[in-house]
Design a protein around this ligand. Structure first.
Ligand SMILES: *Cc1c(COP(=O)(O)O)cnc(C)c1O
Length: 456
């Protein structure tokens, strides 16, 4: 445990209080059987830890932009809160850029990465002055064209794939030999092409790599950063001046989903990087980071009411309102994305009692819709609540519309002065009218009035 209380005890206590208060205040109940809860205190703490970790290892005066990977938790109030804590935004689509702008982020606090930027997206980013990392030679061609036709304040760079290898989860490993992201640096001729690209374009001032997300061990992440740094050094040497002035090291710090402990910490990662790549921190390079999951995951909780408690083939099964619609990765790939589940009683108090091996099922109509299979927990009964922990990133903000299940409301919380809990709405629950509208409700006759020539 360090000065920030990374044992997570404070967080666990706040979470239990919030679940109880959500039931007491009617946010959760028979008619609103699922919510997402966000611990605003915890989010602020993680942001402060991130800033402190890099402040400790960088030379005084080094420009550092921590850009939150918006895809992890694409919610405007979250982006606004992070901005207040000194954190910018990494966006990867027109939608994410719109969210960042709605949250009040300035172009200087925003970075655009994505493997499929359209000409219009690039034009807008350059007009706004947002930093852009070109993914590939064709995209750099487009940027060349735009740079010729207009002046832009956008800091521009190239994303490289150091091809250092994958981690334990294929889908989140971005630095494999055949990854779709960036210029694959070890491919024949690629390194020379990158060096040439900078030699020919004095306005290219950044270099970017993101070695992977959940499942990548720290030494492999550090190796990806080290290779990126070595390339920047080589380019600047060949050009004879420090043309690359900023290195974007991406995000990807893994999250501990097994307990409340924060591990690894930002401080551990920053120190590991300084050890592996001391030159990166001596003040010659500005830094951009793009952490997502590690900033938000541990501050979100999905709480769902147990609608029915049944038994099948000798197995206890709690049928809850949280399943594939809010925990898509866990339901489809349970081996890679297990979630901790805690049991609360009907008043939202932690449930005790002997543990029973049970399934915690979701509401969707397919057999595999399980939040947890064969999990030992105090026996969940009808009207109890099951909470899926560490779901603040890539879970309830990533709704999957299976069975037209409604997006749940999301509420931020803080302790109040009287020992209670204050909530604020982050996102309203989706209404049935909105489900109909988003499902073609305005075009009900579209297909029946569409006839091929000669048919009726
Ligand atoms: C997804 C992504 C991130 C964030 O990854 P996390 O594992 O959530 O920290 C950062 N940069 C890029 C380019 C990404 O695609």
């Amino acid at each position: 445990m360090d000065e920030y209380g990374n044992s997570g005890e404070g967080r666990a206590t706040r979470r239990d209080e919030a679940v109880r208060a959500a039931v007491e205040q009617g946010l959760l109940g028979p008619d609103s059987p699922i919510v997402g809860l966000l611990d605003a205190t915890g989010i602020r703490e993680s942001a402060a830890e991130l800033r402190a970790a890099f402040a400790e290892v960088t030379a005084p005066g080094t420009p550092v932009l921590h850009a939150f990977a918006v895809k992890a938790t694409p919610l405007v109030p979250v982006l606004r809160l992070l901005r207040e804590e000194g954190i910018g935004a990494e966006v990867a689509s027109p939608g994410e850029l719109a969210l960042a702008r709605a949250a009040g982020l300035s172009p200087a606090e925003t970075v655009l990465d994505s493997p499929a930027k359209t000409p219009a997206e690039l034009r807008e980013a350059l007009a706004l002055g947002i930093a852009v990392n070109a993914d590939n030679p064709q995209e750099l061609d487009r940027i060349d064209g735009l740079a010729r036709s207009a002046v832009s304040r956008s800091p521009l760079g190239i994303r490289v794939n150091p091809q250092v290898g994958g981690g334990s989860i294929g889908a989140t490993s971005t630095a494999t030999a055949t990854s779709k992201f960036g210029v694959a640096l070890r491919d024949e001729g690629a390194r020379e092409w990158v060096v040439r690209a900078y030699l020919d374009r004095p306005w290219l001032s950044r270099l970017h790599a993101h070695t992977g997300s959940q499942g990548i061990p720290l030494p492999l992440m550090a190796q990806g950063v080290a290779e990126t740094y070595a390339l920047a050094e080589e380019i600047n040497r060949r050009i004879g001046r420090p043309q690359i002035d900023t290195i974007d090291i991406g995000g990807g710090l893994p999250v501990n989903f097994a307990s409340d402990v924060t591990a690894p910490t930002y401080a551990e990662y920053a120190r590991a990087l300084r050890e592996a790549v001391p030159g990166l921190f001596d003040g010659r390079y500005g830094l951009v980071t793009e952490f997502g999951r590690s900033l938000l995951a541990k501050h979100g909780t999905i709480v769902a009411r147990v609608e029915y408690a049944k038994s099948a083939g000798g197995r206890a099964v709690a049928v809850t309102h949280a399943g594939v619609q809010v925990a898509t990765r866990t339901v489809y790939v349970p081996g890679s994305w297990p979630l901790r589940i805690t049991a609360y009683d009907g008043k939202g108090r932690p449930k005790s009692g002997p543990e029973v091996v049970q399934d915690v099922a979701g509401p969707a109509c397919f057999a595999g819709d399980l939040l947890a299979e064969g999990r030992a927990l105090p026996l969940l009964g009808q009207g109890d609540y099951a909470a899926a922990l560490d779901t603040g990133a890539y879970y309830f903000a990533h709704h999957y519309a299976y069975n037209s299940l409604a997006r749940p409301g999301i509420y931020g919380f803080v302790p109040d002065r009287a020992g209670g809990v204050r909530f604020a709405t982050v996102r309203d629950p989706q209404t049935l009218a909105s489900i109909v509208a988003e499902s073609g409700g305005a075009h009900a006759g579209a297909l029946t009035t569409l006839h091929a020539p000669g048919s009726r």
